[in-house]
Design a binder for this molecule. Structure first.
Ligand code: 6GU
Length: 236
């Protein structure tokens, strides 16, 4: 998987992805992250990449020319998706991450200020994505969210089992986890986890997932196929 990120702050992308799982994935050539500095492509004599909005109003708008030239510098040949990160996009989910992880190459455009000239969207963007209902000052952190969540779905980046066990893989939130010591500040590990009875542990974890989901994200239950056992547990 190749990520080509068009941004005014390439170091934010490159530095933040140079740790832990993403660092290792790059070293193993499972993913590649390229950051293209949009400012390098401006033809403005003052190196500007933004201008006042037509029609007036608050703030500045990123101009089309440097973004389009930065995009063309990535030598797009094969079919590929071009994602523009914006609060006006469709809401990002694990299902979209899964879908995007099947691509060979993703171009990601990070906007700033009050947005980018609409003609960039009309000319090259295939997907407008928002990572949630709040406003960020730029698309870089959203790009990092996409890169991280997509990379870990790329074959070989992390163990298959841990992807399957995670939140959302069955539509529910994750059950609580414990590790040593058995007792910490008076709080003990639930005895079932020490029982060695794998059926019982599985049942307890499923129940904890159901309880956690009801408490934190009840709306998620609408998308989950509950078993007879789940229903019996929940009405108790
Ligand atoms: Cl993708 N970009 C910006 N600037 N703000 C956001 C966002 C994206 N998603 C939520 N808020």
């Amino acid at each position: 998987m190749v990520f080509k990120v068009l941004t005014l702050f390439p170091e934010v992308i490159l530095q933040a992805t140079n740790f832990s799982i993403l660092k290792r994935a790059q070293q193993r050539n499972l993913i590649r992250i390229e950051a293209v500095n949009i400012r390098d492509y401006t033809k403005d004599k003052h190196k500007r990449t933004d201008d006042y909005p037509y029609g007036g109003g608050f703030g500045m708008v990123m101009t089309a020319q440097p973004i389009i030239d930065a995009y063309e510098s990535t030598k797009p040949d094969k079919p590929h998706r071009v994602i523009y990160l914006t609060p006006q996009g469709r809401r990002y989910t694990q299902d979209i991450a899964k879908e995007l992880s099947k691509e060979e190459e993703l171009v990601i455009i990070c906007g700033h200020y009050e947005g980018i000239d609409q003609r960039v969207i009309d000319l090259i963007v295939t997907d407008e994505i928002s990572i949630g209902d709040y406003v960020l000052s730029g698309g870089e952190y959203a790009a990092l969210v996409l890169i991280d969540s997509i990379s870990r779905l790329v074959e070989g980046v992390i163990e298959k089992e841990s992807v399957q066990e995670e939140s959302f893989s069955d539509g529910l939130l994750e059950y609580p986890q414990y590790t040593r010591p058995y007792e910490f500040r008076g709080l003990k590990v639930p005895d079932v986890l020490l029982s060695g009875d794998h059926e019982k542990i599985k049942k307890w974890r499923r129940e904890q997932s159901l309880l956690k989901t009801i408490k934190s994200r009840p709306e998620l239950l609408n998308g989950v196929a509950l078993t007879k056992e789940d229903r019996e547990f929940l009405i108790k």
